[in-house]
Write a protein that binds this ligand. Structure first.
Ligand SMILES: [Zn+2]
Length: 503
C-alpha cells in the first residue's frame, strides 16, 4: 500500500521593521493555492514544490496536497492572514485521516502579529495531529531564523545551500529521500539545532564567491557523509527581524545512536561561524560610485548592473525608493533600464493615457518618502501589459511571476519598469517581457541584493551594489531591536558564542 504523505508550502521572510503588514491579498499576488491545484502550477518547476511533486512520482506515494502560500517579503503577517494559511495546512492534516509522513516547504523567518516563530508554531500544530512517530521534514531558506521549536517537531530541516537560491528543487529531493528511508524503516531521524549568540554571521549566506559560507557548506557536506548524520544545514539568518531568534544557526538531523556525534558536528560548525564572525564579502557603495561607473562605461559592451540592495523587495524593501533613479536622471545617463518601481497609481495613470502619451508623473517614493521621495518628471508611456511572465533564469525556473499591471515609462534616457505588485528583480524576464533587451542597455538597475546575480552576472560588464538608504540597510545600528535575545554579538561585547546560553 502506498504511503500517504501530506505536502504543503508556507513561505514568508518577514522584515519586522517594515510598516507594511502582510495580508492574504499580498499572498494572492504571488500565490495562495489550496489543495491539489498546487500540482499543475508547480509541475516541472525547479522550486521545492516541484521537487516534492517529483518525489511523489519517484516513490509512488499517495499525496495529500494541502496547499501552497508564498508572498514577497514585507512586514508581519496579519493575524487573519497567518491563521488562514495555518488552518489551510492544519485542516488538511486533520481531514486526511491516517498519514505516514509530512513534507513541508517553509522559509523559517516568518513572523506574524501573534507569533514570533510562525514555522515553529505550524510544525508544533501538525505534530499534535500526526503524533510523535511519523517523519516530518521541512525545507528552509538559508536566511531562516531557525528555532529549537522547529527542530523539536521536525525530523529534519533541510536548508538551501546556494545564495542566489537555485537549489530549492534539490533540497526538496533530499528531504523526500530521507522521508522515504524513514518510511521504509531504514532511518529514524531526529533534529537538533544550535544557535550562537550572534545577530549576523556566515556572511549572510553568500555563495557566489569563495569564502566563509562555501567553507561552511563544504564542512557540512563532509559531515553528512558520516554514518548516523543525515543532514547538516547552515542557516545564515535574516537580520531584519526583531524577534528573540534572529541570527545564524546550524541544524543537524541524525540517527538516535549518533546524537553525541551530531552535537559535536553542530558545535564544530558553530565554532567556525563564531571564529569568522568578522568576515563579510558585502561591498556596499554610495550611489555616486554607480554614476561614475555609468559615465565611464559609455560605449562599452554589456550593461553595468546597479543593485539597489537596501530597497530589495526580497528582504522587505518597499520597492519604490527613488534615490538611484533620481541620481541617474540628474546625471543625464542614457540607455538605462530600471527594474523596478512599484507604483500602482502611476501605472493606472499611464493606462488611462495610453501608449505613446506624455504624462507628468509623481513616481515612487510614496511608502516612506524619508528614503527618497517621489520623482517628478515628464514621461512617455512606452508599453503597457499585465506584467505576467514565467521565470526562465536559474532561480525558480518555470515559476510564473506577476508584477501586476505594468507600464514602461521613458524618462529622459531611462526606461522605468513601473509595476503594481512588489517583486524582487531576479529574472531577465522583468525586462524581456516588457520589450526591453537588457543585454543592449548601458546600465541596468535591479531591486535586489544578491539573487539578481544568478541571471544578471553572466550578462553584466560590471556589478555595483549601492546603499540608497532603504529599509534593508546593512547598518544594524539603524535598527531598533527590542525582543532580541541578549547578550548578543556585535552589540554586547561578548567573547563566547554560548554567552547567555549556559546556566
Ligand atoms: Zn533567502
Amino acid at each position: 500500500m502506498a504511503y500517504r504523505v501530506l505536502i504543503a508550502q508556507f513561505m514568508h521572510e518577514t522584515n519586522t521593521f517594515s510598516k507594511l503588514h502582510t495580508t492574504l491579498e499580498d499572498y494572492r499576488k504571488r500565490w495562495l493555492i489550496e489543495g491539489e491545484a498546487m500540482v499543475p502550477r508547480f509541475t516541472g518547476t525547479r522550486n521545492e514544490v516541484g521537487g516534492y511533486i517529483d518525489g511523489v512520482k519517484k516513490y509512488g506515494w499517495e499525496p495529500v496536497w494541502a496547499g501552497a502560500a508564498n508572498a514577497t517579503p514585507s512586514g508581519k503577517l496579519t493575524k487573519e492572514c497567518w491563521e488562514t494559511i495555518r488552518d489551510m495546512i492544519v485542516d488538511a492534516a486533520k481531514k486526511a485521516g491516517k498519514l505516514d509522513a509530512v513534507c513541508l516547504s517553509l522559509h523559517g523567518a516568518a513572523v506574524t502579529e501573534t507569533e514570533d516563530d510562525a514555522e515553529g508554531a505550524l510544525l508544533e500544530a501538525l505534530r499534535g495531529i500526526v503524533g510523535p512517530d511519523i517523519p516530518m521534514v521541512a525545507t528552509l531558506d538559508l536566511h531562516a531564523n531557525a528555532t529549537t521549536k522547529m527542530a523539536r517537531h521536525a525530523n529534519a530541516l533541510v536548508s538551501y545551500r546556494t545564495y542566489p537560491h537555485i537549489d530549492g528543487y534539490e533540497r526538496a529531493a533530499q528531504a523526500a529521500a530521507l522521508v522515504q528511508e524513514a518510511l521504509e524503516g531504514r532511518k529514524k531521524p531526529r533534529c537538533l539545532l544550535v544557535q550562537p549568540a550572534m545577530l549576523e554571521g556566515a556572511d549572510h549566506g553568500r555563495t557566489t564567491q569563495p569564502g566563509l559560507m562555501r567553507d561552511l557548506l563544504a564542512k557540512a557536506d563532509a559531515f553528512e557523509k558520516e554514518p548516523g548524520i543525515n543532514v547538516v544545514s547552515v542557516q545564515a539568518g535574516f537580520t531584519w527581524a526583531d524577534i528573540p531568534y534572529t541570527g545564524p544557526s546550524v541544524a543537524v538531523s541524525h540517527e538516535p545512536a549518533a546524537e553525541a556525534r551530531a552535537k559535536a558536528v553542530a558545535a564544530a560548525m558553530l565554532d567556525e561561524i563564531w571564529k569568522r564572525r568578522d568576515e563579510s564579502s558585502s561591498d556596499y557603495r554610495p550611489i555616486s560610485d554607480a554614476i561614475t561607473a555609468a559615465r565611464a562605461g559609455v560605449g562599452k559592451k554589456g550593461p553595468l548592473v546597479v543593485a539597489d540592495g537596501t530597497d530589495n523587495p526580497g528582504g522587505g524593501g518597499y520597492n519604490d525608493t527613488t534615490r538611484v533613479l533620481q541620481a541617474l536622471i540628474d546625471a543625464n545617463v542614457e540607455n538605462v533600464a530600471f527594474g523596478t518601481i512599484m507604483d500602482p497609481g502611476t501605472v493606472q495613470q499611464a493606462i488611462k493615457a495610453g501608449v505613446g502619451a506624455e504624462i507628468d508623473v509623481v513616481l515612487g517614493g510614496h511608502t516612506d518618502p524619508s528614503m527618497g521621495g517621489p520623482v517628478k518628471a515628464r514621461a512617455i508611456v512606452k508599453m503597457l501589459s499585465d506584467g505576467e511572465f514565467k521565470n526562465d533564469g536559474p532561480m525558480n525556473a518555470g515559476v510564473e511571476t506577476s508584477m501586476g499591471p505594468t507600464a514602461v515609462l521613458r524618462i529622459g534616457g531611462i526606461d522605468v519598469v513601473t509595476i503594481s505588485n512588489r517583486i524582487q528583480t531576479i529574472d531577465l524576464q522583468v525586462f524581456l517581457s516588457q520589450g526591453i533587451d537588457p543585454r543592449t542597455k548601458s546600465v541596468l538597475v535591479v531591486k535586489s541584493v544578491q539573487h539578481f546575480r544568478a541571471a544578471y552576472a553572466p550578462i553584466a560588464r560590471e556589478v555595483i551594489l549601492v546603499d540608497s538608504g532603504g529599509i534593508c540597510s546593512p547598518d544594524i545600528s539603524r535598527l531598533n531591536f527590542t525582543k532580541l535575545r541578549r547578550p548578543i554579538w556585535p552589540f554586547d561585547g561578548i567573547n563566547d558564542p554560548y554567552a547567555g546560553q549556559r546556566a
